[in-house]
Design a protein around this ligand. Sequence first.
Ligand SMILES: NC(=O)c1ccc[n+]([C@@H]2O[C@H](COP(=O)([O-])OP(=O)(O)OC[C@H]3O[C@@H](n4cnc5c(N)ncnc54)[C@H](OP(=O)(O)O)[C@@H]3O)[C@@H](O)[C@H]2O)c1
Length: 332
Amino acid sequence: MRTTEVMTAVVVRTPGGPEQLHLETRPRPVPGPRQLLVRVRASALNRGDTSQRAGGYTLPPGVTSPLLGIEVAGEVEAVGDEVRAFQPGARVFGLVDGGGYAEACLMEEGLALPIPEGWSFVEAAAAPEAYCTAHESLVELGGLGPGQSVLIHAAGSGIGTACIQVAREVGATVFVTVGSDEKLRRCLALGALAGVVRTRENFADAVPEWTKGRGLDVVEDFVGGAALGRNLRALRFGGTLMLVGLMDGIRGDLDLKQVVLRRLQLKGMALRPLPLAAKVAVVQRFRERWLPRLVDGRVRAVIDTTFPLARVADAHRYMESNASFGKILLEL
Ligand SMILES: NC(=O)c1ccc[n+]([C@@H]2O[C@H](COP(=O)([O-])OP(=O)(O)OC[C@H]3O[C@@H](n4cnc5c(N)ncnc54)[C@H](OP(=O)(O)O)[C@@H]3O)[C@@H](O)[C@H]2O)c1
């Protein structure tokens, strides 16, 4: 194989801890008719990557790359026969099916966006997953709007920091749970009105005061597990629990009577299993609603740290330490 036909990629040798992440040589992917081959310059970490590495993540049907990494920014290296919107050399960013932790990866033409002028590759790679997830869960499915209230759990996460800003921008009042006073201070600076430190206080005790006894319109839940009952009780009559992540586990104790009598809505949201056409629509909504605000600075992707690709194991360790605020990225 010629050197242009191979690339360096992060490979999980055996499902397990960060020590299982190794740089290896792999064949460079070949774009299909409507795909771009992107020379990756920055790739963002997501919690799902750590689950995938550990063997606890079932890849949705249709995902062709077993490699980690679901959002990247870089330069177009080659295009498929039917691609019209991009030429080699174009600077693009967006969601990918997998394979982002590598020198080159495939991106569907319909999911690719031109990188706005003046943006670095790192800035570009930090935005798509966070803002697409925030908009789809809070606005499209959660129905969050002006004058409503939302509690965002794990609000200092890469996705959570985007959620605070999206909720603020649609005119909602934002409450948060986080792991430290410093994270709480930073969430308030992003637009949250109040919050609790999860290791010290119980959010359920604060909700009546926050909402003057009414209850929350929406709970944005990345945690799942044991807090299910408390999340449901924190909602107003007819409120919505958005289940978007399961960091505390996949099982919870569900009081069906509460759901029925208080007409609660419990909705799940995952971007990755969506069929391509639905994902293209998600990206279109991001492009219309949030990209202009990212460009003019009304909202911003919060970036914690950038690691070189060779330190990918340290990047995963850092993510799993729960110390980060905002996105962690790999630079290539
Ligand atoms: N459904 C979707 O399409 C979709 C897409 C992307 C991400 N997600 C989900 O969004 C969530 C955030 O992802 P991310 O990549 O932004 O994460 P991240 O930046 O790594 O942040 C995660 C934060 O969550 C908190 N946390 C960790 N374990 C927790 C636990 N057991 N209970 C409560 N809080 C915990 C920690 O902050 P504190 O210690 O400060 O609380 C940690 O820093 C994840 O659940 C992920 O699966 C869903």
